[in-house]
Design a protein around this ligand. Structure first.
Ligand SMILES: Cc1ncc(COP(=O)(O)O)c(C=O)c1O
Length: 459
């Protein structure tokens, strides 16, 4: 779309682009973003945009945050690389583990550092298996996830991601260790006349029925995003997790909270687990851990889980896993500074102050002819587009209605992302102000109007 002056068209031809139709991409080229400040970024031709998805749900502190740049530079100048294998460590990693576990929900007390959300989820799966082998329960290996959940795309995490696009053409899923349940979208999955409470109870029964069908002795863990992000911003009923949790406890099934999007204030509490009363045994986190400035992620676990794993590693002689860049000191220093800034700047309080405006503007979009539901929590939102509000009928997928809205947003200086289920996701940097929230929604409303106008003209 836009080519920086320093690049020729031919220079763009060497990169394989994730999440694109690679052939369509060849003729169109990428939108090349070259700089950013606060909640705004600029492309190679000088057009300015509000980054309405904080990059990929990660740039919580906005662009050009000097304190993070300084933290990275300072650490690189001191020592640019160390690792955490075989009793080695570094100051930022030790301090980050301490800070992160102090902030973490419930009984979480240990951190294992990795590079991405997918790696954190893969690590959770492997350690859940290791944990049950250590306890003499080799059959207890299945992991339950939900359709439309997004947990990454590496081979194991990709099995948990309940989205067709992440499977088609990749030979996934391979076996029966990964099971999927109904996502907690009352709007899309609720039956006619079914209250939210009855819907929640039905989903809890579905979980129990599945556990009984396969045998609790074969189920290791349940993994869930507190609010599903990439699968279409699905906000669960308020009591959903509070009702799920006792079922898991009763059957000795680990609760893995995938906080890769929800962690660090996104839902108006430090963790989505805090917002929804989840008591996780393991937590995966990434993205806003470093405000997206450098790649870093973590798998967190309780002492109870850690102790079993530690005993097993003593028995086997080693915990046989780790990553060259897991526990890299530079991203760790940036993550540590990020967590300090959240406190120094009162980011959580800020989110609580401005989110009522965000949620009110989101809800108001339900007045628009295209929008069936505007849903969200904190500063995380989505609008589900429908052809018929009464029946909730969706548009022909070939129309790619959400992608059209997003293109119209781009033309109006707003970057958002189309998600499965005809949803447009909205997830601005947490530093966004009320007037910037208005600007964001004004541009989105304009894009919705333009999309309706084009549909009417085509009809
Ligand atoms: C909830 C959740 N889990 C895991 C992942 C995978 O993270 P990554 O893309 O860093 O591998 C994502 C990515 O968006 C996510 O949203």
């Amino acid at each position: 779309m836009t080519t920086p002056n320093s690049l020729e068209a031919r220079d763009i031809a060497h990169l394989v682009h994730p999440y694109t139709d690679l052939r369509a991409h060849e003729s169109r080229g990428p939108l090349v973003i070259t700089e950013g400040h606060g909640i705004r970024v600029r492309d190679a031709e000088g057009h300015e945009y509000i980054e309405g998805l904080a990059g990929l749900w990660c740039v919580s502190l906005g662009f050009g945050e000097q304190r993070l740049i300084d933290a990275a530079r300072r650490q690189m100048e001191r020592i640019a690389y160390t690792h955490t294998f075989a009793h080695r460590s570094s100051e930022p990693v030790i301090l980050l583990a301490e800070k992160l576990t102090a902030l973490a929900p419930g009984a979480i007390s240990r951190a294992f550092f990795v590079n991405s959300g997918s790696e954190a989820v893969d690590t959770a799966i492997k350690l859940a298996w290791y944990y049950n082998n250590a306890r003499g329960r080799p059959e207890k290996k299945r992991i339950i996830a939900r359709r439309r959940g997004y947990h990454g795309v590496t081979v194991a995490a990709g099995h948990l991601t309940g989205l067709a696009y992440a499977r088609a053409g990749f030979d996934l899923p391979m076996r029966d260790r990964f099971l999927h349940l109904t996502p907690p979208s009352h709007y899309r999955e609720g039956r006619p006349g079914e209250s939210e409470e009855a819907f929640t109870d039905r989903l809890v029964r579905e979980l129990e029925t599945l556990i009984e069908a396969v045998g609790a002795e074969t189920v290791a863990a349940f993994i869930a995003e507190p609010v599903m992000g990439a699968g279409g911003v699905i906000v669960p009923p308020a009591d959903y997790f509070r009702k799920i949790q006792p079922v898991l406890r009763r059957h000795d099934i680990l609760m893995i909270a995938d906080e890769v999007i929800c962690g660090f204030g996104r839902t108006g509490a430090m963790w989505g687990s805090d917002t929804y009363g989840i008591e996780p045994d393991m937590v995966t986190c990434a993205k806003q851990l470093s405000s997206g400035y450098l790649p870093i992620a973590a798998l967190l676990m309780t002492d109870a889980v850690f102790e079993v794993i530690a005993d097993q590693s003593a028995k086997l002689g080693v915990l046989g896993m780790g990553y060259t860049y897991g526990g890299h000191p530079v991203p760790a220093a940036v993550a540590l500074r990020t967590l300090e800034i959240y406190e120094e700047d009162g980011i959580l309080e800020h989110v609580r102050r401005v989110s009522p405006r965000f949620l009110a503007r989101l809800k108001a979009l339900e007045e628009h002819p295209l929008v069936g539901e505007g849903r969200g929590v904190g500063l995380l939102g989505g609008i589900e587009l429908v052809r018929d509000k009464a029946t909730r009928e969706q548009y022909d997928p070939a129309l790619k209605i959400a992608a059209r809205v997003v293109e119209n947003c781009t033309a109006r200086g707003l970057l958002l992302r189309p998600l499965p289920g005809d949803v447009v996701g909205i997830c601005p940097p947490l530093i966004i102000t009320e007037s910037e929230i208005d600007e964001l929604f004004d541009r989105l409303a304009g894009a919705l109007d333009a999309t309706v106008g084009a549909l009417d003209r085509a009809a």
